[in-house]
Write a protein that binds this ligand. Structure first.
Ligand code: HEM
Length: 159
């Protein structure tokens, strides 16, 4: 019973988290890039960032907690460094990467980026920063989808 609850919460949170990331990557950032006014770009991005970043931290924590509880309940942690556990280990590594990004690096990186944009005020530089940010979001989305695929492969014994 507890396992089922954890499993459901794990999946629904992954949907909200990675779905939100996909939306920002595929629709919001390209929309910002097409905006003409550099100030409007920065303010719009800041508005989204202020709302999504705290939520992404909560999603990351919930996915981690439910994942670890499932491992504890089933004893699957014993599989972590075995052949069968490769997809599980992959999911865990991507989660740790996200944890470090969200709780350690992101506040520093984003703050520095916004500071740079505010100081420079030059359309060209802001253009370059947003293009780089879009590429970075695509990369993050791809590795997150890869972690989801690893979860499906592990959970359904496809490996
Ligand atoms: C970026 C982080 C993560 C993502 C995107 C993710 C995604 C997923 C997805 C999509 C599934 C498939 C569920 C199904 O098909 O029924 C899954 C299953 C699972 N995840 Fe994760 N997960 C993440 C992190 C973790 C962590 C950190 C752990 C544990 C330490 C974990 C443990 C599990 C377990 C044990 C299952 C198998 C449940 C089952 O179907 O029996 N996950 N995950």
């Amino acid at each position: 019973m507890l396992f089922s609850v954890m499993h459901i919460i794990h999946l629904v949170t992954v949907i909200l988290w990675i779905g939100g990331l996909a939306f920002v990557t595929m629709f919001v950032l390209p929309m910002i890039i097409r905006m003409q006014n550099p100030l409007e770009k920065v303010l719009f991005f800041q508005g989204i960032e202020h709302r999504f970043a705290p939520r992404a931290k909560i999603y990351n924590a919930i996915v981690g907690i439910t994942g670890f509880v499932m491992l504890y309940l089933t004893g699957w942690y014993r599989l972590l460094f075995t052949h069968k556990g490769i997809p599980l280990l992959f999911m865990l590594i991507i989660w740790i990467f996200w944890f470090i990004m969200l709780f350690g690096l992101e506040p520093v990186i984003i703050r520095r980026m916004l500071d740079r944009m505010a100081k420079s005020g030059e359309a060209m530089e802001i253009e370059t920063i947003f293009a780089r940010m879009n590429r970075m979001h695509w990369l993050l989305l791809m590795i997150s989808l890869a972690a989801s695929i690893a979860g499906i492969i592990f959970g359904h014994g496809y490996f």
